[in-house]
Design a binder for this molecule. Structure first.
Ligand SMILES: *Cc1c(COP(=O)(O)O)cnc(C)c1O
Length: 360
């Protein structure tokens, strides 16, 4: 068996301990004689899996009792529609546009009501986070929406926007569980798990109870109503059972590491190694303003598309894979999620040094 250092933005690297455990339990999950994949979602063992997964997530994030945790499907992209369908009572919402994902979410919300783009960083290809300390928040806005960590551009909100009392909704797909959060600052926190938690197919929604109502936009399907899933504890229909099982293992792994404060420290240490190298390199250059840099996604360029392509190819041959930047921006991007060990970033930086010397 040989494992690579996988810098993919998502689906992405998972902890080896988790993969080994899942492998050990593949044929016979704890004496049931079957895999979790083959198991009824109404069975006792699965009930225990989903209940423990929720509790472990609550422990990790310190989720207050007046928030529900929902394990849903449809990816983060489905939330782009579910959020307005469930929350847009006045049919007005404010969006802060800091990248492709926020842009897509704003466009989708326009199907349901008036969308005000109250701040944007598109003028400089989303290389920074706009000042959100005094935004023109709309009087009648149902919520203010952000994408907290911009997976493609590598920026992160280091300080949440002042929403002037309006409900904050955040897509945290690519920074989920990367550091401690104060859940009470948000009305909704959601993310696809395939970036920093588990396999594709699960999206986790953490939502304050007062936002879960039957008063949704006319025509909202049962399956796209938060209340359906909250009332049924994520078991209204067959949930993405195997994915939830792996997420549960990752939650336990995170607890065993010491929790989110420890993950933050490690993530900062990993990111610093790479950013410090970029800041002194004569060949590679980071594309984001230093104060808004993401701990999770690190885009960089040489300034020469052919050299970028050569780098990606040679890195892959050296076991450092999926370093090609998003198709919309080019260059390179190293995603260094929770499960990427420090040694992986060390190996990347060593390889970049060598490449720089050989390509002066
Ligand atoms: C990947 C990603 C998405 C889209 O996720 P899907 O699960 O593919 O719909 C949305 N937002 C962010 C921040 C992402 O990183």
């Amino acid at each position: 068996m040989s494992r690579v250092y996988n810098f993919s933005a998502g689906p992405a690297v998972l902890p080896e301990e988790v993969l080994r455990e899942a492998a050990d339990e593949m044929m016979d999950y704890r004496g049931t004689g079957m895999s979790v994949m083959e198991m009824s979602h109404r069975s006792k063992p699965f009930e225990q899996i989903i209940t423990e997964a929720e509790q472990d997530l609550r422990d990790l994030m310190g989720i207050p009792d007046n928030y529900k945790v929902l394990f849903l499907q449809g990816g983060a992209s489905q939330q782009f529609a579910m959020i307005p369908m469930n929350l847009m009572k006045n049919r007005v919402a404010d969006y802060i546009v800091t990248g492709q994902w926020a842009k897509k979410a704003a466009k989708e919300a326009e199907k349901y009501g008036k969308v005000n783009r109250i701040a944007s960083s598109e003028d400089k290809t989303f290389s920074y986070i706009p000042d959100c300390s005094d935004l023109p928040v709309s009087e009648d806005a149902d919520y203010v929406y952000i994408c907290e960590n911009n997976t493609i551009y590598g920026t992160k909100f280091k300080k949440l926007p002042d929403t002037k009392g309006k409900t904050l909704v955040a897509d945290v797909s690519s920074c989920f569980l990367s550091e401690p959060v104060d859940v009470e600052k948000y009305g909704v926190i959601y993310g696809g798990v395939q970036k920093n938690i588990g396999p594709a197919g699960v999206v986790i929604v953490i939502i304050r109870e007062d936002l879960i109502t039957e008063d949704v936009l006319p025509g909202t399907p049962t399956m796209l109503t938060y209340k359906t899933h909250a009332d049924a504890k994520s078991l209204y229909n067959t949930p993405p059972a195997y994915g939830i099982y792996i997420c549960g293992k990752v939650f336990k792994w995170l607890k065993a590491q010491g929790g989110l404060a420890v993950m933050k420290e490690r993530n900062e240490k990993k990111a610093k190694l790479l950013y410090d190298f970029l800041d002194q390199s004569s060949l590679f250059k980071g594309t984001v303003v230093p104060e808004d840099r993401s701990l999770m996604n690190v885009p960089f360029v040489t300034g020469d598309a052919d050299l970028d392509a050569k780098f990606v190819k040679e890195a892959e041959e050296a076991g450092l894979v999926n370093l090609k930047g998003h198709r919309s921006v080019g260059g390179m991007r190293a995603s260094i999620y929770n499960a990427m060990p420090y040694e992986g970033v060390e190996a990347l930086v060593a390889f970049m040094k060598k490449f720089e010397e050989e390509n002066r």
